[in-house]
Design a protein around this ligand. Structure first.
Ligand SMILES: Cc1ncc(COP(=O)(O)O)c(C=O)c1O
Length: 422
Protein backbone atom coordinates (compact mmCIF):
# COMPACT_ATOMS: atom_id res chain seq x y z
CA UNK A 1 0.00 0.00 0.00
CA UNK A 2 1.15 3.54 -0.69
CA UNK A 3 0.13 6.80 1.00
CA UNK A 4 -1.98 9.43 -0.81
CA UNK A 5 -0.47 12.75 -1.83
CA UNK A 6 -3.53 15.07 -1.95
CA UNK A 7 -6.48 15.94 0.30
CA UNK A 8 -8.91 13.24 -0.74
CA UNK A 9 -11.94 14.97 0.76
CA UNK A 10 -11.56 18.41 -0.91
CA UNK A 11 -14.25 19.11 -3.51
CA UNK A 12 -13.06 20.21 -6.96
CA UNK A 13 -16.22 22.27 -7.61
CA UNK A 14 -18.48 24.95 -6.12
CA UNK A 15 -21.65 23.23 -4.91
CA UNK A 16 -23.88 26.32 -5.21
CA UNK A 17 -22.68 27.00 -8.73
CA UNK A 18 -23.31 23.45 -9.96
CA UNK A 19 -26.69 23.40 -8.20
CA UNK A 20 -27.69 26.75 -9.72
CA UNK A 21 -26.62 25.71 -13.21
CA UNK A 22 -27.72 22.07 -13.24
CA UNK A 23 -29.99 21.46 -10.24
CA UNK A 24 -29.71 18.65 -7.71
CA UNK A 25 -29.13 15.79 -7.49
CA UNK A 26 -26.32 15.93 -10.05
CA UNK A 27 -23.37 13.63 -10.66
CA UNK A 28 -20.10 15.51 -10.99
CA UNK A 29 -17.00 13.84 -12.49
CA UNK A 30 -13.46 15.17 -12.49
CA UNK A 31 -11.74 14.13 -15.74
CA UNK A 32 -8.27 14.74 -14.27
CA UNK A 33 -8.81 11.97 -11.71
CA UNK A 34 -9.79 9.48 -14.40
CA UNK A 35 -6.72 10.41 -16.44
CA UNK A 36 -4.49 10.00 -13.42
CA UNK A 37 -5.89 6.56 -12.63
CA UNK A 38 -5.45 5.47 -16.24
CA UNK A 39 -1.81 6.56 -16.12
CA UNK A 40 -1.24 4.42 -13.02
CA UNK A 41 -2.12 1.06 -14.60
CA UNK A 42 -0.02 1.34 -17.73
CA UNK A 43 2.31 -1.58 -16.88
CA UNK A 44 -0.29 -3.99 -18.24
CA UNK A 45 -0.22 -4.81 -21.95
CA UNK A 46 -3.92 -3.99 -22.19
CA UNK A 47 -6.09 -2.00 -19.82
CA UNK A 48 -9.70 -2.92 -20.52
CA UNK A 49 -12.25 -0.71 -18.78
CA UNK A 50 -15.22 -2.59 -17.30
CA UNK A 51 -17.73 -0.05 -18.52
CA UNK A 52 -20.49 -1.47 -16.31
CA UNK A 53 -18.97 0.80 -13.65
CA UNK A 54 -19.99 3.89 -15.60
CA UNK A 55 -20.83 3.77 -19.29
CA UNK A 56 -21.45 7.46 -19.97
CA UNK A 57 -20.23 8.16 -23.52
CA UNK A 58 -17.97 10.99 -22.39
CA UNK A 59 -16.17 8.71 -19.95
CA UNK A 60 -15.82 6.02 -22.62
CA UNK A 61 -14.37 8.67 -24.95
CA UNK A 62 -11.79 9.62 -22.30
CA UNK A 63 -10.84 5.95 -21.97
CA UNK A 64 -10.49 5.57 -25.70
CA UNK A 65 -8.42 8.73 -26.06
CA UNK A 66 -5.94 7.29 -23.55
CA UNK A 67 -5.66 3.89 -25.23
CA UNK A 68 -7.91 2.03 -22.80
CA UNK A 69 -10.01 -0.75 -24.37
CA UNK A 70 -13.43 -1.77 -23.05
CA UNK A 71 -15.47 -4.77 -22.17
CA UNK A 72 -19.20 -4.94 -22.78
CA UNK A 73 -21.66 -7.14 -20.95
CA UNK A 74 -24.73 -6.42 -23.04
CA UNK A 75 -25.73 -5.34 -26.53
CA UNK A 76 -26.41 -1.93 -24.98
CA UNK A 77 -22.82 -1.65 -23.82
CA UNK A 78 -21.51 -2.72 -27.25
CA UNK A 79 -23.72 -0.03 -28.76
CA UNK A 80 -22.31 2.55 -26.34
CA UNK A 81 -18.72 1.52 -27.11
CA UNK A 82 -19.40 1.96 -30.82
CA UNK A 83 -20.91 5.42 -30.27
CA UNK A 84 -17.84 6.40 -28.25
CA UNK A 85 -15.62 5.55 -31.24
CA UNK A 86 -14.49 2.01 -30.45
CA UNK A 87 -14.38 -0.36 -33.41
CA UNK A 88 -16.60 -3.38 -32.90
CA UNK A 89 -15.09 -6.53 -34.41
CA UNK A 90 -11.57 -5.70 -33.22
CA UNK A 91 -9.89 -6.32 -29.86
CA UNK A 92 -11.16 -2.86 -28.82
CA UNK A 93 -14.33 -4.38 -27.40
CA UNK A 94 -14.78 -7.83 -25.84
CA UNK A 95 -18.21 -9.14 -24.91
CA UNK A 96 -17.99 -10.81 -21.51
CA UNK A 97 -21.01 -12.42 -19.84
CA UNK A 98 -22.40 -15.68 -18.50
CA UNK A 99 -25.04 -15.93 -21.23
CA UNK A 100 -25.99 -14.48 -24.59
CA UNK A 101 -29.39 -12.88 -24.80
CA UNK A 102 -30.95 -12.43 -28.24
CA UNK A 103 -29.81 -8.82 -28.59
CA UNK A 104 -26.22 -9.67 -27.70
CA UNK A 105 -25.86 -12.64 -30.03
CA UNK A 106 -27.33 -10.62 -32.90
CA UNK A 107 -24.87 -7.79 -32.36
CA UNK A 108 -21.94 -10.18 -31.99
CA UNK A 109 -22.96 -11.81 -35.28
CA UNK A 110 -23.31 -8.45 -37.01
CA UNK A 111 -19.94 -7.07 -35.89
CA UNK A 112 -17.89 -10.22 -35.10
CA UNK A 113 -17.22 -9.10 -31.55
CA UNK A 114 -14.72 -11.28 -29.61
CA UNK A 115 -16.34 -13.14 -26.72
CA UNK A 116 -15.20 -14.03 -23.21
CA UNK A 117 -17.53 -16.96 -22.49
CA UNK A 118 -18.82 -17.49 -18.96
CA UNK A 119 -20.67 -20.77 -19.49
CA UNK A 120 -19.96 -23.84 -21.64
CA UNK A 121 -23.33 -23.47 -23.45
CA UNK A 122 -22.12 -20.22 -24.97
CA UNK A 123 -19.58 -22.10 -27.10
CA UNK A 124 -22.28 -24.31 -28.65
CA UNK A 125 -24.54 -21.28 -29.09
CA UNK A 126 -21.85 -19.39 -31.00
CA UNK A 127 -21.46 -22.38 -33.32
CA UNK A 128 -25.24 -22.79 -33.74
CA UNK A 129 -25.47 -19.12 -34.72
CA UNK A 130 -22.65 -19.62 -37.26
CA UNK A 131 -20.43 -17.10 -35.48
CA UNK A 132 -16.66 -17.55 -35.65
CA UNK A 133 -15.00 -15.04 -33.30
CA UNK A 134 -11.95 -15.22 -31.02
CA UNK A 135 -12.92 -16.75 -27.67
CA UNK A 136 -11.52 -16.52 -24.17
CA UNK A 137 -12.76 -18.59 -21.23
CA UNK A 138 -13.83 -16.90 -17.99
CA UNK A 139 -12.84 -19.40 -15.32
CA UNK A 140 -14.36 -19.78 -11.86
CA UNK A 141 -11.36 -21.17 -9.95
CA UNK A 142 -13.56 -22.75 -7.27
CA UNK A 143 -13.07 -20.06 -4.63
CA UNK A 144 -14.16 -16.46 -4.41
CA UNK A 145 -13.74 -13.06 -2.85
CA UNK A 146 -15.54 -9.71 -2.74
CA UNK A 147 -16.35 -6.77 -0.45
CA UNK A 148 -19.84 -8.23 0.12
CA UNK A 149 -21.51 -11.61 -0.42
CA UNK A 150 -23.46 -9.85 -3.17
CA UNK A 151 -20.31 -9.24 -5.19
CA UNK A 152 -18.53 -12.53 -4.55
CA UNK A 153 -17.33 -13.61 -7.96
CA UNK A 154 -15.99 -17.13 -7.45
CA UNK A 155 -16.70 -20.43 -5.70
CA UNK A 156 -19.72 -22.66 -6.07
CA UNK A 157 -22.13 -20.03 -4.69
CA UNK A 158 -21.16 -17.65 -7.48
CA UNK A 159 -23.01 -17.88 -10.79
CA UNK A 160 -20.03 -16.54 -12.68
CA UNK A 161 -17.72 -18.27 -15.06
CA UNK A 162 -16.83 -21.77 -16.17
CA UNK A 163 -16.07 -24.17 -13.36
CA UNK A 164 -12.31 -24.79 -13.30
CA UNK A 165 -12.64 -28.53 -13.97
CA UNK A 166 -14.44 -27.86 -17.27
CA UNK A 167 -11.59 -26.20 -19.15
CA UNK A 168 -10.84 -29.36 -21.13
CA UNK A 169 -14.54 -29.86 -22.03
CA UNK A 170 -14.76 -26.29 -23.30
CA UNK A 171 -11.65 -26.69 -25.42
CA UNK A 172 -13.06 -29.93 -26.84
CA UNK A 173 -16.38 -28.21 -27.65
CA UNK A 174 -14.57 -25.33 -29.33
CA UNK A 175 -12.42 -27.73 -31.36
CA UNK A 176 -15.50 -29.66 -32.48
CA UNK A 177 -16.97 -26.40 -33.80
CA UNK A 178 -13.70 -25.14 -35.31
CA UNK A 179 -13.62 -22.20 -32.91
CA UNK A 180 -10.35 -20.90 -31.49
CA UNK A 181 -9.90 -20.29 -27.78
CA UNK A 182 -6.96 -17.98 -27.26
CA UNK A 183 -7.27 -16.76 -23.70
CA UNK A 184 -8.09 -17.33 -20.06
CA UNK A 185 -9.82 -14.80 -17.83
CA UNK A 186 -10.49 -14.68 -14.09
CA UNK A 187 -12.36 -11.94 -12.29
CA UNK A 188 -12.25 -12.72 -8.59
CA UNK A 189 -11.84 -9.18 -7.26
CA UNK A 190 -9.04 -9.94 -4.79
CA UNK A 191 -7.82 -6.37 -4.91
CA UNK A 192 -5.01 -5.73 -2.51
CA UNK A 193 -5.24 -8.92 -0.44
CA UNK A 194 -2.06 -10.26 -1.85
CA UNK A 195 -2.22 -13.74 -0.33
CA UNK A 196 -5.57 -14.25 -1.96
CA UNK A 197 -4.40 -12.67 -5.18
CA UNK A 198 -1.48 -15.11 -5.31
CA UNK A 199 -4.00 -17.94 -5.00
CA UNK A 200 -5.97 -16.55 -7.94
CA UNK A 201 -2.84 -16.17 -10.05
CA UNK A 202 -1.88 -19.73 -9.09
CA UNK A 203 -5.29 -20.93 -10.23
CA UNK A 204 -4.69 -19.17 -13.54
CA UNK A 205 -1.40 -21.03 -13.96
CA UNK A 206 -3.20 -24.32 -13.20
CA UNK A 207 -5.87 -23.51 -15.77
CA UNK A 208 -3.16 -22.70 -18.32
CA UNK A 209 -1.50 -26.05 -17.61
CA UNK A 210 -4.76 -27.87 -18.34
CA UNK A 211 -5.26 -25.68 -21.39
CA UNK A 212 -1.85 -26.65 -22.75
CA UNK A 213 -2.71 -30.36 -22.50
CA UNK A 214 -5.62 -29.92 -24.90
CA UNK A 215 -4.78 -26.95 -27.15
CA UNK A 216 -1.84 -24.93 -28.37
CA UNK A 217 -3.63 -21.62 -28.85
CA UNK A 218 -3.21 -19.75 -25.56
CA UNK A 219 -1.90 -16.23 -26.15
CA UNK A 220 -3.54 -14.04 -23.52
CA UNK A 221 -4.60 -13.96 -19.87
CA UNK A 222 -6.81 -11.43 -18.11
CA UNK A 223 -6.54 -10.67 -14.40
CA UNK A 224 -10.08 -9.25 -14.35
CA UNK A 225 -10.91 -6.21 -12.22
CA UNK A 226 -11.47 -5.66 -8.52
CA UNK A 227 -8.71 -3.15 -7.83
CA UNK A 228 -9.90 -1.32 -4.69
CA UNK A 229 -10.04 2.38 -3.90
CA UNK A 230 -9.97 3.95 -0.41
CA UNK A 231 -13.68 4.67 0.17
CA UNK A 232 -13.03 5.32 3.87
CA UNK A 233 -11.03 8.47 4.44
CA UNK A 234 -9.61 7.35 7.78
CA UNK A 235 -7.30 4.99 5.90
CA UNK A 236 -6.18 6.50 2.64
CA UNK A 237 -3.62 3.85 1.73
CA UNK A 238 -3.82 2.92 -1.91
CA UNK A 239 -3.33 -0.46 -3.53
CA UNK A 240 0.31 -1.18 -4.31
CA UNK A 241 -0.04 -1.41 -8.07
CA UNK A 242 3.57 -2.50 -8.62
CA UNK A 243 3.04 -5.46 -6.33
CA UNK A 244 -0.31 -6.22 -7.93
CA UNK A 245 1.31 -6.18 -11.35
CA UNK A 246 4.21 -8.30 -10.12
CA UNK A 247 1.89 -11.10 -8.99
CA UNK A 248 0.29 -11.24 -12.41
CA UNK A 249 3.51 -10.77 -14.31
CA UNK A 250 5.00 -13.76 -12.45
CA UNK A 251 1.95 -15.84 -13.42
CA UNK A 252 2.27 -14.62 -16.99
CA UNK A 253 5.92 -15.74 -17.11
CA UNK A 254 5.06 -19.21 -15.80
CA UNK A 255 2.26 -19.47 -18.35
CA UNK A 256 4.60 -18.35 -21.14
CA UNK A 257 6.89 -21.26 -20.21
CA UNK A 258 3.96 -23.67 -20.26
CA UNK A 259 2.59 -22.34 -23.56
CA UNK A 260 5.99 -21.93 -25.18
CA UNK A 261 5.25 -18.38 -26.34
CA UNK A 262 4.90 -14.82 -25.00
CA UNK A 263 1.65 -14.24 -23.18
CA UNK A 264 -0.29 -10.98 -23.31
CA UNK A 265 -1.46 -9.68 -19.91
CA UNK A 266 -4.71 -7.74 -19.53
CA UNK A 267 -6.34 -6.07 -16.55
CA UNK A 268 -10.02 -5.13 -16.45
CA UNK A 269 -10.70 -2.48 -13.81
CA UNK A 270 -13.98 -0.66 -13.39
CA UNK A 271 -14.07 1.21 -10.08
CA UNK A 272 -10.33 1.90 -9.97
CA UNK A 273 -10.54 4.10 -13.06
CA UNK A 274 -13.69 6.07 -12.27
CA UNK A 275 -14.94 5.76 -8.66
CA UNK A 276 -12.88 8.57 -7.17
CA UNK A 277 -13.63 10.95 -10.03
CA UNK A 278 -17.33 11.02 -9.15
CA UNK A 279 -19.47 12.91 -6.62
CA UNK A 280 -23.22 12.91 -6.11
CA UNK A 281 -24.20 16.49 -5.29
CA UNK A 282 -27.48 16.58 -3.36
CA UNK A 283 -29.39 19.14 -1.35
CA UNK A 284 -30.51 18.76 2.24
CA UNK A 285 -34.31 19.16 2.21
CA UNK A 286 -35.16 18.34 5.80
CA UNK A 287 -33.43 17.85 9.12
CA UNK A 288 -35.52 16.13 11.76
CA UNK A 289 -35.35 14.33 15.04
CA UNK A 290 -37.14 10.98 15.50
CA UNK A 291 -36.80 10.05 19.16
CA UNK A 292 -33.09 9.84 19.80
CA UNK A 293 -32.19 9.76 16.10
CA UNK A 294 -31.21 12.76 14.02
CA UNK A 295 -32.07 12.55 10.30
CA UNK A 296 -30.70 14.50 7.36
CA UNK A 297 -33.05 13.91 4.43
CA UNK A 298 -31.64 14.72 1.00
CA UNK A 299 -33.08 14.94 -2.51
CA UNK A 300 -31.32 11.81 -3.80
CA UNK A 301 -32.35 8.25 -3.04
CA UNK A 302 -31.25 4.72 -3.73
CA UNK A 303 -32.74 5.12 -7.18
CA UNK A 304 -29.71 7.40 -7.73
CA UNK A 305 -26.97 5.74 -5.67
CA UNK A 306 -27.94 2.22 -4.65
CA UNK A 307 -24.63 0.92 -3.26
CA UNK A 308 -25.35 1.71 0.43
CA UNK A 309 -28.83 0.11 0.31
CA UNK A 310 -27.71 -2.76 -1.89
CA UNK A 311 -24.64 -3.89 -0.02
CA UNK A 312 -24.03 -1.52 2.82
CA UNK A 313 -21.33 0.30 0.87
CA UNK A 314 -19.63 3.25 2.55
CA UNK A 315 -19.37 6.64 0.85
CA UNK A 316 -17.60 9.56 2.48
CA UNK A 317 -19.95 12.53 3.01
CA UNK A 318 -19.30 16.29 2.97
CA UNK A 319 -21.81 18.91 4.10
CA UNK A 320 -21.40 22.36 2.54
CA UNK A 321 -23.26 25.61 3.25
CA UNK A 322 -24.53 27.58 0.23
CA UNK A 323 -21.66 30.06 0.85
CA UNK A 324 -19.13 27.23 0.53
CA UNK A 325 -18.31 26.96 4.23
CA UNK A 326 -18.65 23.87 6.39
CA UNK A 327 -21.41 24.07 9.04
CA UNK A 328 -20.12 24.45 12.57
CA UNK A 329 -20.36 21.59 15.05
CA UNK A 330 -21.10 17.97 14.39
CA UNK A 331 -24.16 15.80 14.99
CA UNK A 332 -24.47 12.03 14.87
CA UNK A 333 -26.82 11.77 11.89
CA UNK A 334 -28.59 9.28 9.67
CA UNK A 335 -28.59 10.37 6.03
CA UNK A 336 -31.74 9.27 4.21
CA UNK A 337 -33.37 9.79 0.83
CA UNK A 338 -36.92 10.56 -0.29
CA UNK A 339 -38.05 7.11 -1.47
CA UNK A 340 -40.95 5.11 -0.06
CA UNK A 341 -38.66 2.40 1.29
CA UNK A 342 -37.18 2.21 4.77
CA UNK A 343 -33.88 1.08 3.32
CA UNK A 344 -33.44 4.39 1.49
CA UNK A 345 -30.59 5.29 3.80
CA UNK A 346 -27.01 6.20 2.84
CA UNK A 347 -25.56 5.48 6.27
CA UNK A 348 -26.04 1.76 6.72
CA UNK A 349 -24.00 -1.40 6.93
CA UNK A 350 -24.37 -4.65 5.06
CA UNK A 351 -27.48 -6.45 6.23
CA UNK A 352 -29.48 -3.21 6.34
CA UNK A 353 -28.32 -2.04 9.76
CA UNK A 354 -28.82 1.73 9.87
CA UNK A 355 -25.91 3.59 11.45
CA UNK A 356 -25.28 7.18 12.43
CA UNK A 357 -22.32 9.19 11.27
CA UNK A 358 -20.75 12.21 12.89
CA UNK A 359 -21.37 14.93 10.31
CA UNK A 360 -21.26 18.73 10.26
CA UNK A 361 -24.58 19.97 11.68
CA UNK A 362 -26.66 20.44 8.53
CA UNK A 363 -29.73 22.57 7.94
CA UNK A 364 -32.23 22.46 5.08
CA UNK A 365 -30.74 24.15 2.03
CA UNK A 366 -27.19 22.96 2.67
CA UNK A 367 -25.53 20.68 0.14
CA UNK A 368 -24.55 17.12 0.95
CA UNK A 369 -21.99 15.45 -1.28
CA UNK A 370 -21.46 11.70 -1.51
CA UNK A 371 -17.86 11.00 -2.54
CA UNK A 372 -16.35 8.23 -4.69
CA UNK A 373 -19.63 7.82 -6.53
CA UNK A 374 -18.22 7.54 -10.06
CA UNK A 375 -18.46 3.74 -10.22
CA UNK A 376 -21.71 1.80 -9.92
CA UNK A 377 -23.49 5.08 -9.18
CA UNK A 378 -25.32 6.47 -12.19
CA UNK A 379 -24.81 3.11 -13.91
CA UNK A 380 -27.09 1.45 -11.34
CA UNK A 381 -29.66 4.25 -11.14
CA UNK A 382 -33.34 3.57 -11.76
CA UNK A 383 -36.62 5.40 -12.16
CA UNK A 384 -38.08 3.98 -8.95
CA UNK A 385 -40.92 6.18 -7.65
CA UNK A 386 -40.88 7.72 -11.16
CA UNK A 387 -37.94 9.86 -10.24
CA UNK A 388 -36.00 11.23 -13.18
CA UNK A 389 -32.42 10.08 -13.74
CA UNK A 390 -30.11 12.82 -12.49
CA UNK A 391 -27.91 15.01 -14.68
CA UNK A 392 -24.20 14.25 -15.12
CA UNK A 393 -21.53 16.90 -15.57
CA UNK A 394 -17.83 16.56 -16.32
CA UNK A 395 -15.15 18.94 -15.04
CA UNK A 396 -12.39 19.20 -17.60
CA UNK A 397 -9.66 21.82 -17.98
CA UNK A 398 -11.56 24.37 -15.89
CA UNK A 399 -14.84 23.90 -17.80
CA UNK A 400 -18.04 22.17 -16.74
CA UNK A 401 -19.66 20.09 -19.47
CA UNK A 402 -23.11 18.54 -19.30
CA UNK A 403 -22.55 14.93 -20.35
CA UNK A 404 -26.08 13.80 -19.64
CA UNK A 405 -29.11 16.01 -19.24
CA UNK A 406 -31.50 15.42 -16.40
CA UNK A 407 -34.14 13.05 -17.70
CA UNK A 408 -37.36 14.69 -18.89
CA UNK A 409 -40.79 13.80 -17.56
CA UNK A 410 -41.84 13.00 -21.14
CA UNK A 411 -39.16 10.35 -21.47
CA UNK A 412 -40.28 8.74 -18.22
CA UNK A 413 -43.43 7.52 -19.95
CA UNK A 414 -42.21 7.59 -23.54
CA UNK A 415 -42.69 3.88 -24.20
CA UNK A 416 -45.93 3.39 -22.27
CA UNK A 417 -49.42 3.41 -23.71
CA UNK A 418 -52.98 3.04 -22.49
CA UNK A 419 -55.02 0.49 -24.50
CA UNK A 420 -58.25 1.82 -26.05
CA UNK A 421 -61.32 1.34 -23.88
CA UNK A 422 -59.59 1.62 -20.54
C1 LIG B 1 -16.00 -9.60 -15.48
C2 LIG B 1 -15.75 -8.36 -14.72
N1 LIG B 1 -14.62 -7.67 -14.97
C3 LIG B 1 -14.35 -6.52 -14.31
C4 LIG B 1 -15.22 -6.02 -13.36
C5 LIG B 1 -14.86 -4.72 -12.70
O1 LIG B 1 -14.76 -4.84 -11.33
P1 LIG B 1 -14.25 -3.58 -10.49
O2 LIG B 1 -15.16 -2.47 -10.80
O3 LIG B 1 -14.36 -4.01 -9.08
O4 LIG B 1 -12.85 -3.33 -10.93
C6 LIG B 1 -16.40 -6.70 -13.07
C7 LIG B 1 -17.34 -6.20 -12.05
O5 LIG B 1 -18.36 -6.71 -11.75
C8 LIG B 1 -16.67 -7.92 -13.76
O6 LIG B 1 -17.79 -8.60 -13.54
Amino acid sequence: MTAPTTDATALPFDCSQIAADHGTPTWVYDAAVIEKRISEVQQFDTVRYAQKANSNLALLAIMRKHGVKVDAVTAGEMHRAKLAGYELGTDDVVFTADIFDNDAIEMIRQYNVPVNVGSPDMIDQLAEAGIDVPITLRINPGFGHGHSQKVNTGGESSKHGIWHTQVADCLAAAKKHNLTVHGLHMHIGSGSEFDHLAQVAGAMVDAARTFAEYADTLTTISAGGGLPIPYRKDNLERIDLDRYYQVWDDARKQIAEIAGRDIHLEVEPGRYLVAESGYLLTQVRSVKQSGSKHYIVIDAGFNDLVRPSFYGAYHHISVVRPDGSTPEGTTDSIVAGPLCESCDVFTQEEGGFVTTRSLPTATAGDYLVLHDAGAYGMAMSSNYNSRRLAAEVLLKDGQTHVIRQRQTFESLTQFESIPDGI
